[in-house]
Write a protein that binds this ligand. Structure first.
Ligand code: HEC
Ligand code: HEC
Length: 290
């Protein structure tokens, strides 16, 4: 049974509870705490009058100060949208050379471009656009179709061997499979391409025979000197870049079976502004890596 008693040291009553000889004083709540509770309640009431607060049947009490976070968010979204609309309109319509010379535009291009490229292009061309086997290095290699801004944007728009009425066609013929060249001729040409790229493989007479083969069968697309023709998308065969690999087996495969790489057309999947932005992005990568 709890027994209340007066504590002899403090003169206060105890609560009557006892734990192993330890008793608890029944001290009243300090007055300051009451003051605190009352002032906080008042503050809360005033606050609900000033700020949006009490729910009602048709909406809520808006508060005397007229504070509205939703409106603030709407305003800043509208501002961002307006800014974006300005960039988008400029990217879609202005001359590409002017855009490329505009630092503010190029800052947008670098930022949005790396995201767009990562989402749409990196799967084939690699994150740094340096290509993979079967997918050209578009950051460093000479462009098969030409490397001015308009041409790059057009390639992205219509694709290559793609499902687009204006697509570009890249047709490397299957000289072996379609029996246009014999196996020894193809071997001669494989070695000739190594020669052209700076690794001499052929004796003098062989080289002459190979040069004739090349002039008769290849120069129409790749050029007399093998440096490619952008009108036909035929690559330079004398440089260090190969879409399909530069080792003899890969080159033999290219000549024997032909190649018709497919680059998807992006018109319809990306907006005109996005396609032009990506063209500028690729151009910017190229100027940075060379
Ligand atoms: C499905 C794979 C694939 C995707 C995705 C892809 N490409 Fe390509 N792209 C290729 C292939 C393959 C070629 C080369 C076609 C050929 O060999 O003729 C190419 C060629 C190109 C060329 C021309 C290169 C030259 O030498 O002229 C450009 C520019 C290009 N791609 C940019 C892009 C951009 C930008 C994107 C993203 C919007 C993209 N590609 C997405 C496969 C792809
Ligand atoms: C009708 C035009 C045409 C003719 C003729 C032609 N090529 Fe090509 N060649 C191309 C095109 C276009 C490509 C690019 C194909 C692609 O990437 O999809 C190519 C690609 C190649 C490649 C692969 C290059 C790489 O980067 O991996 C080699 C090798 C090649 N050609 C060698 C030859 C040789 C050798 C001949 C002559 C026997 C020849 N070509 C004749 C159009 C032609």
């Amino acid at each position: 049974m709890a027994l209340k008693e007066r504590d002899e040291f403090s003169g206060q009553m105890t609560t009557g509870h006892e734990w192993n000889g330890i008793k608890e004083l029944n001290t009243p709540v300090p007055r300051l705490l009451w003051l605190f509770l009352i002032s906080m309640t008042l503050f809360a009431l005033v606050w609900t009058l000033l700020m949006p607060s009490w729910p009602g049947l048709s909406g809520y009490f808006r508060g005397l100060l007229g504070v509205d976070q939703q409106q603030a968010v709407r305003a800043s979204l509208a501002e961002a949208e307006a800014e974006r609309a300005v960039w988008t309109a400029r990217l879609a319509h202005e001359d590409l050379t002017d855009l490329a010379a505009d630092d503010a535009i190029m800052a947008v291009v670098r930022q949005s471009g790396s995201m767009l490229f990562g989402d749409n292009c990196a799967a084939c061309h690699g994150v740094e656009a340096r290509g993979n086997i079967g997918y050209p290095n578009i950051a460093e290699a000479p462009m098969m179709w030409g490397d001015d801004a308009e041409t790059i944007v057009e390639t992205i728009r219509v694709g290559i061997n793609a499902n687009h009425p204006e697509t570009r066609y890249a047709q490397m013929l299957a000289f072996g499979r379609d029996q246009m060249l014999s196996a020894p001729d193809i071997t001669l040409l494989v070695n000739y391409l190594a020669d052209l790229s700076g690794t001499p493989m052929l004796a003098r007479e062989e080289r002459d025979a190979a040069a004739t083969l090349f002039a008769d069968n290849c120069a129409g697309c790749h050029g007399e000197d093998g440096r490619g023709m952008t009108d036909l998308g035929a690559p330079d065969l004398t440089d260090a870049f190969w879409t399909y690999g530069g080792e003899p087996a890969a080159i033999r495969h290219s000549i024997y079976n032909g190649r018709q790489g497919v680059m998807p057309a992006w018109e319809g999947r990306l907006s005109a502004a996005q396609i032009r932005l990506l063209g500028l992005y690729v151009l910017d990568l190229r100027s940075a890596t060379r």
